[in-house]
Design a protein around this ligand. Structure first.
Ligand code: 8Y4
Length: 287
């Protein structure tokens, strides 16, 4: 199975033999502390620093660079549409023009989707699954693949006692409903990826259930994207600070890959790429 991402063609692991693709995280919010860099100098976003980080990740094996200008961390400052545009668009343009990168834009804002696509972005990654005003229509008009992610509640309150009947079933039902909304809006299934949204309105037990039972999401028939890197589920399991979660993150990435994830969103590209390649060598030995 392949995804047409603007000018880039992304070959995804279907009947196996191909490695999951790696999406490298490029968080360009000023309050970012956890993705290997803060790209601000004297309060201004430095395109040079951003490009250097993206180039490093591409050299380490990233297939996609995920650019985000809005923080979903509880308590994070909200950004206006104009702020988000000012932050994200120059970065998308630079990554496309200077590095020829396949850029995914982490946004829920219709105008950011549209302007990013105009500048050559290849994918839309929306943690709100195109539920904001105008987002479905904007995403449809770009012609780009979209990743629909599940979140229970809103970023500010989502971790206050999240509840489900059956978390895996509930997440599957939500994602199916959003997929149907997309199809109705003119986004064909061939352009849709699904993501259970690890950490977004979920307890540790919910996150573990979603990972252990990832094959149930894979069975929906769409490529599955997962973001597990350095997340608080590791803090809960290991009692480690965010900078000490790489070993745990690698096990989560590998586990998701074994269960059929097609794209893995990570901070640590080289380490994840090595882990996936070693696992793949073992898997292919017996075939
Ligand atoms: C340390 C570093 C601890 C980062 C937590 C975090 C996902 C996503 C995010 C995801 C998709 C994050 C934008 C949260 N997570 N997009 N975005 N899937 N598709 N937290 O899981 O990385 S931001």
């Amino acid at each position: 199975m392949h995804l047409q991402c603007g000018i880039h063609k992304l070959e995804l692991s279907s009947a196996n033999n191909t490695l999951p693709k790696i999406m490298g995280i490029l968080n360009i919010t000023p309050d970012s502390f956890s993705d290997g860099g803060n790209y601000y100098q004297a309060g201004k976003l430095s395109l040079d620093l951003v490009l250097r980080r993206a180039e490093l990740m591409l050299g380490e094996g990233a297939d996609i660079i995920d650019v985000g200008g809005e923080s979903t961390r509880p308590g994070a400052a909200s950004v206006s549409e104009q702020q988000e545009l000012d932050r994200v668009i120059p970065v998308v343009e630079a990554l496309v023009q200077k590095l020829g990168a396949l850029v995914s834009v982490d946004t829920s804002t219709a105008a950011v989707m549209w302007e990013s696509a105009r500048r050559g972005a290849g994918m839309i990654n929306d943690v709100r699954a195109l539920q904001r005003e105008g987002a479905l229509e904007a995403a449809a008009n770009t012609g780009l693949p979209v990743c629909l992610m599940h979140m229970q509640g809103q970023p500010d309150s989502m971790q206050n006692a999240p509840e489900y009947m059956d978390v895996v079933k509930d997440v599957c039902e939500f994602l199916c409903a959003r997929m149907m909304a997309c199809v109705t809006a003119g986004i064909p299934k061939e352009r849709i990826l699904l993501d259970p949204g690890f950490g977004f309105g979920k307890t540790l037990a919910h996150n573990l259930a979603l990972l252990a039972r990832l094959p149930e999401l894979v069975a929906l028939g769409q490529p599955i994207l997962v973001g597990l890197s350095r997340k608080s589920m590791l803090g809960h399991m290991l009692n480690r600070n965010v900078e000490d979660r790489l070993p745990g993150s690698l096990v989560l990435a590998l586990s998701a890959a074994e269960r059929g994830a097609a794209i893995i969103r990570v901070h640590d590209v080289m380490a994840t790429s090595d882990a996936l390649r070693v696992a793949n060598a073992i898997k292919n030995y017996l075939i």
